[in-house]
Design a protein around this ligand. Structure first.
Ligand SMILES: NC(=O)c1ccc[n+]([C@@H]2O[C@H](COP(=O)([O-])OP(=O)(O)OC[C@H]3O[C@@H](n4cnc5c(N)ncnc54)[C@H](OP(=O)(O)O)[C@@H]3O)[C@@H](O)[C@H]2O)c1
Length: 285
């Protein structure tokens, strides 16, 4: 059964391809797409069908989708533009009779009012209207959103944010990839909306405490009004629209659904493990 993974040149999509192969899917049954396909030459070397597909190129999208039965649509990166990009994939899936489209949405998409969710909500509606069998993978934040910023947190002794006491059900990208692999390789998921996040939610103060304990360096959480946090993100190079969106998002990423562990049949990566691994990587170990 052929699988198409979009965004396979990115972090999450690559993990899905790797985990499909580990799960026993023949590499030749996997179509891995993205723009910068040089990043996944190693997957091509293993026999994965690597294709350069820009979401806006409807002919290329259609050709890739036509060769697949199950499609993982990893959401794009351009707020505002990505609904049209996603529509191309969904239209192609409808026209070619795809068996399933799994879409990486955002946790609590049915109820949240944050701006970051708007594109996901619109894409979910396109799927509902399409008639294509679909499943929603509503992901909470990645651990990596924080662990990638460890050098700055350690240098400043501070984690800026505007989450207040809000708890965040972040999990590792590899956990979300495992959930995606599960819905792609087993039956019974069409029509489901999975709220995916760790069963070990944490506040940003708890994240700061974990980093302090493991690094031996004092790091504290600094809660800022949303506009000040957005300003700080912009000063660190985050594009304006994205900075505004991120600033209002942290405190909305909680779920107690238990869906992630249920799908993957194992506990998601613990925060302590994610922080430990990131600190070791910084030390070059
Ligand atoms: N839950 C979270 O915490 C969180 C955080 C950040 C992002 N996200 C969302 O989750 C998605 C996956 O996360 P990630 O960490 O894997 O992101 P990533 O590493 O930036 O990967 C994004 C992927 O989307 C592809 N892409 C973007 N625009 C495209 C276009 N116009 N045509 C074709 N492909 C396009 C990229 O292709 P190229 O690299 O080849 O250009 C790349 O493969 C993101 O795209 C974003 O929607 C979630």
């Amino acid at each position: 059964m052929p699988f198409l993974i979009t965004g396979a040149t990115g972090h999450l999509g690559r993990l899905v391809v790797e985990q499909l192969i580990t799960a026993g899917v023949p590499a030749g049954d996997i179509i891995a797409t993205g723009r910068a396909t040089d990043k996944i030459k190693d997957l091509a070397d293993q026999g994965v069908q690597v294709r350069a597909v820009e979401f806006g190129d409807t002919a290329a999208v259609r050709a890739a989708v036509a060769d697949a039965d199950r499609v993982l649509l990893v959401s794009g990166m351009d707020p505002g533009d990505r609904v049209a990009q996603h529509r191309n994939v969904i239209d192609a899936a409808r026209e070619t009779g795809a068996g399933l489209v799994a879409y990486t949405s955002i946790v609590n998409a049915a109820t949240t009012t944050i701006r970051l969710a708007a594109d996901h909500q619109a894409t979910e509606q396109l799927l509902r209207d399409s008639g294509v069998p679909y499943v929603l993978l509503r992901n909470s934040w990645y651990h990596e959103n924080y662990t990638d910023r460890l050098p700055a947190f350690l240098a400043q002794g501070a984690i800026p944010g505007s989450a207040g006491e809000g708890r965040i059900s972040a999990a590792g990208r590899a956990d979300y990839a495992a959930a995606a692999v599960r819905v792609l390789t087993t039956d019974g998921h069409a029509g489901q909306a999975y709220e995916l996040g760790s069963d070990e939610p944490f506040t940003l103060a708890q994240l700061a405490a974990e980093i302090s304990a493991q690094s031996g360096k004092q790091v504290r959480y600094v809660d800022l009004p949303e506009d000040e946090y957005a300003k700080a993100l912009k000063e660190h190079g985050v594009p304006e629209l994205m900075a505004d969106m991120i600033a209002e998002t942290d405190a909305t990423l909680y779920t107690a659904s238990g869906h992630l562990n249920a799908l993957t049949a194992r506990p998601a990566t613990m925060l302590s493990a994610a922080v430990g691994a990131a600190l070791r990587a910084l030390d070059g170990n």
